[in-house]
Design a protein around this ligand. Sequence first.
Ligand SMILES: *Cc1c(COP(=O)(O)O)cnc(C)c1O
Length: 403
Amino acid sequence: MKIEIKALAEKYGTPLYVYDFDYISNRYTTLKEAFGGKKSLINYAVKANSNLSVIAHLAKLGAGADCVSIGEVKRALSAGIAPYRIIFSGVGKRDDEIHDALHLDILLLNLESEAEMKRVEMMAKELGKKARISIRVNPNIDPQTHPYISTGLHENKFGVEIDMAKRMYIYAKKSESLDPIGIHFHIGSQLTNLTPIRESCAIVADLVRSLKAINIDIKFFDVGGGIGVVYDDEVTITAKEYTGAIFEVTKGLDVTLLCEPGRYMVANAGVFLTKVLYEKVNGSKRFVIIDGAMNDLIRPSLYNAYHKIEAVEVEGTLTPADVVGPVCESGDFLGKDVALPPLEHNDILLVHSTGAYGFTMASNYNTRAKPAEVALEKGEDRLIRRRESYDDQVALELEYLKK
Ligand SMILES: *Cc1c(COP(=O)(O)O)cnc(C)c1O
């Protein structure tokens, strides 16, 4: 991809997100094949990268969608994912979201509390529907990842404890408006260690066995997302290891296996292109100031996340520099102590592994337009979202302006 970087920056401007769709195909196929002949559905976690063309690309490959808002459900539908391949998770679903999800007849509403279950039951009754539900179980396993992206411990807000889940299933089974056919857990993101996945999976599989024993027939066993990817030099889980562990602990269970990878599908499909504006030295500290910023890519500021950064086609001795944006926050950096050659105005920096939680977490802070997004597929490049304009940004305010 490197050769065309300069041409892409020239053609579409910077800052710019570029996604390799062939890489996404590869990831999808690798994971799907790792499920072998087992009944499975890969529900792409839309929040990782919700560009309609990205979702449509995965839809064509056969993916379903895991959504965390009704907006994401609508994106999945717009992109061509069938309702029966869509699941809707999230700790706080509003009434209108539940209503629309029931109306759209999606595969599963994934419930995260008893109160939410009662709410869904009531609304399904009003609509004369039977809501297909799964319950998110919190297996209380430490996923050994960053605390902000850890979700499987009781101290997190996600899911319900095993005993509570069991009570909820028994209640739902008796309800005329609920159809409890799924079970779900998701213990965290960027998991690079198989043990917590296997352990949670085993706990939830035991619960399914005990539910089946009392005639509650769980058909969909959803292991969540979270497969870690390589940002730097991490050793992470392969698709085969992942499904191998799942097969091992779900042995004998007649279920369709669901998983919800986000980062795994798209993180390393994406690069972020940004131009150098200036170099400066404060005391002994070298700064490279770029046209991209924390509003475009917040992961370094938010999680202290590492993204490999390199200069495109620039020679010279490498010395450490902080790569910073123009936003008025000291936390506005994309990299610290990055080894870079001497840089000039308009040199291009390539920020790697930015296909997941990059654009989707972008904001308009400092009235900065969100970047454009480009797809690369079979040697061709195409725009999949145009760069925002000033007019786009003020469109919802202008009519209310009193002069
Ligand atoms: C965020 C999320 C995912 C995706 O996580 P990744 O780490 O990107 O794979 C899957 N399921 C649920 C419920 C989520 O909240």
